[in-house]
Ligand binder design. Structure first.
Ligand code: NAP
Length: 277
């Protein structure tokens, strides 16, 4: 079956590796990029591919509300949305808040609230969580605390808030779909894909699921893991680092076993926070 993916942050390093993988499956891609001078680079990714590539020039820093994001979704009409944008520390804390918090949350809400969007995948990171899960060591927790509170505090607050919006609203949508009798195969998939520090290594195997923090993930492998998460019935939080297993096999196993690393977070407290955003 063909799909139409709205890829936000299309000029990013992961996105440029992901785009040809999506197009090679005969899926169509609308790549959202920040400036017109980035267009030729992105268009080159679509040459001789079976899927069709469109480019949309739009700074997501201008997307402030769910209704702003909804306008883009209504114009593009994707069935899947992938968020791989990020301020990357450029433009200071205010730009991190505008992109990684405000725009990410706006697209997450608008995607989940659009019935024709069937999957929303965000690229988050391993330490984006509030509690220490039982499978983390004390040293994992210390590493995550240092990253989140000392090294990248604004980024952490933005990413964890966006992950919570994704999870709380995905659960609400799934509850509604269950009440409406939507068949299992057509149920909404909200996915937070969570790599470690991203590297330029070549594509390789993965280790996924209930893992610790501190390891690295190749951007090439991350792109393959995104495709695998979209192709399988995976839902929830997917932690992924470089390892030995084939990405599609490993992620299919997680999907079949319904392993979702969000399970030990406090979702009642998260619901309360999300209701105020
Ligand atoms: N770096 C890590 O180690 C790490 C680890 C885990 C997760 N992540 C997450 O992984 C994702 C992808 O990472 P990456 O390595 O591909 O990052 P990247 O190369 O910095 O890509 C991010 C993209 O977002 C775009 N962007 C920023 N502001 C924008 C705006 N206002 N409008 C439109 N696009 C905008 C950037 O545009 P420009 O090209 O114009 O700058 C860039 O193309 C990000 O969400 C990041 O938070 C990163």
């Amino acid at each position: 079956m063909s799909h139409h993916v709205l890829l936000i942050g299309g000029h990013g390093k992961v996105s440029q590796l992901l785009t040809p993988l999506l197009l090679s499956r005969s899926w169509n891609v609308t790549s959202v990029i920040r400036t017109a001078d980035q267009k030729p680079t992105i268009e080159a990714l679509g040459k001789n591919q079976p899927g069709k590539l469109d480019v949309l020039i739009s700074s997501v820093a201008d997307v402030k509300t769910e209704s702003d994001a909804k306008q883009i979704i209504e114009r593009v009409k994707p069935d899947w949305v992938v968020w791989s944008a990020g301020a990357g520390g450029k433009g200071g804390a205010s730009n991190t808040i505008a992109v990684d918090h405000d725009a990410a949350i706006a697209f997450t809400k608008a995607s989940i609230h659009t019935p024709s969007v069937k999957k929303f995948l965000t690229v988050s990171y391993l330490s984006s969580r509030r509690g220490k899960p039982s499978w983390w060591s004390d040293s994992d927790w210390e590493t995550a605390q240092k990253t989140n509170n000392e090294i990248l505090p604004t980024y952490y607050k933005a990413k964890v808030a966006a992950d919570e919006v994704l999870t709380v609203l995905s659960r609400e949508r799934l509850e509604k779909e269950a009440r409406d009798g939507v068949p299992e195969k057509e149920l909404f998939a909200g996915i937070s894909l969570r790599p470690g520090g991203l590297t330029e290594e070549k594509a390789g195997g993965v280790k996924v699921g209930k893992i610790g923090v501190g390891a690295k993930t190749s951007r090439h492998t991350t792109a393959h893991a995104i495709v695998a998460a979209l192709e399988t019935g995976f839902k929830g939080w997917l932690d992924v680092i470089d390892g030995d297993e084939d990405p599609k096999t490993a992620i299919q196993k997680l999907a079949d076993q319904r392993i979702d690393t969000s399970e030990e977070e406090n979702w009642e407290a998260a619901k309360e926070r999300v209701s105020k955003l």
